[in-house]
Design a binder for this molecule. Sequence first.
Ligand SMILES: [Zn+2]
Length: 134
Amino acid sequence: MIQIEKKYHFYAAHRNKNADEKCGRIHGHTYKVICSFKFEEINKKSGVTLLFSEIDKLVEPIIKKYCHWLLLHEHDALCNILSLANEPYITLPFETSAENMAVWLFTEIKNNSNLPIFKISLAETLSSTVVYEP
Ligand SMILES: [Zn+2]
């Protein structure tokens, strides 16, 4: 068994009106993501499990989809106002907490990449990281 960790990041703004006042204001993060994969064996000829670049090709589009966007809960009242102002944003079916974002990204990567992901870490700040390992 070989474990591979791949690091990614994306920049996004969000707010969580159902958390505290600080989280309820629109603000941004540099989200740092670490994806952990488990591979059963190393290819005897190449000496690798799967090329890091092949993992990147599958994972980066999923993560970069959210880069430089305002992420809002689909029921956030701001959606109506932003739509009227013709301002772009992405809605998600949950409050955009670090916990929910970690679970969401894990599921997106698992379902869309077919990679053997088993754990994801998502850091919202230098001091706060959520680790999800179902
Ligand atoms: Zn935040």
